[in-house]
Design a protein around this ligand. Sequence first.
Ligand code: SF4
Length: 374
Amino acid sequence: MADYKALIAQLTAVAATPGKSVAAVIKETGKEAFGCFPLHTPEELVYAAGYIPVGMWGGRTEIKLADKYLQGFCCTIIKANIEMGLNGTYKDLKGVIIPCICDTLKCVSEDWIYACPQIPVIPIAYPMQRKIDGAIEYMVEEFRHVQAKLEEISGRKITDEQIEAAFAIYEDYRQAMREFVEVAADYPLTIDAKTRHLIIKAAYFMDKAKYTAIVKDIIAELKQLPKEEAKIKVVVSGLVSEPVEVLDILTENGIAIVADDLSQASRKFRTPARAEGTALEKMAGIIADQKGDTFLYEPEKYKGSMLIDQYKAKKADGIIYFQMKFCDPEEFDFPIVKKEMEEAGIPLLYLEVDQQIDSFEQLRTRIQSFAEIL
Ligand code: SF4
């Protein structure tokens, strides 16, 4: 069995250098890359089409060109994506899929056509009433539309067998990740906040089958080690837990992440697929069955109670809410979550972040104070 430290280093390096990692996977597999904007992008179809799906979750870059297309109050993830589309960083992508999940993304699927006409875009819409039978039918139709567009761009037919095979690889990935986040909670010193984040993020820049095999090896090796205890344990919520410098500050203050409710992490893999149906119906079922996800309409608002359950199950000391600046859906949820945490007597830290921050002192002070209170 491989050395777990080397495997962890391999994955963290992949996530830390996405451009290099995608170039390496293209060279290794001979496949081309296809961009997947957040959130809930049907990556299985991209994989079935013979492409490497690449996660487009923004990144550190100077915003110079994107402002021509986007308002000042647009979130930095999307600004960075448009900027990198314009400055040539994404020149090797054969296309991008943009789910129209929030007001910004609805506009961006149109902006992209003008900003980056050389890279074809496939928009996809999800229904608000996602749990009714008609919604499943609608989502399957949307997936078929994405499939047809991928066929048009690639010039290759995608068979149902290829979709089933891709779905099985993604199910294996989701299952492995559900186990990984559980096991990682028992090793908060080895898998500190940044390491946890980078391991999970590496999946966006690798072939999923290869990535899953490495994660399974890491899980098996970790389980052989004696369990570890963190000084302070937290559950985190939000879109992403970036920039990574913030995670270093958590570790400096003895804070470990023992569970998450993040779009870039557990929301991506926490919902099991239904037993019955075709791969496309199961993909729609995952969207329909997802609970507590800010970006999927839910009148019952389960998010707060789910956070409380995670907090209790992991015997955590508090909850950190990573609020991406200008991310309206998360902002709308916060007052509800705050009230529920106050009623439950759970310490809550609200951190407003964006990917282009270059001074961390204010965040450092707030995290230090939170650690001292806990
Ligand atoms: S508003 Fe939120 S969900 Fe929408 S693009 Fe911005 S960060 Fe993403």
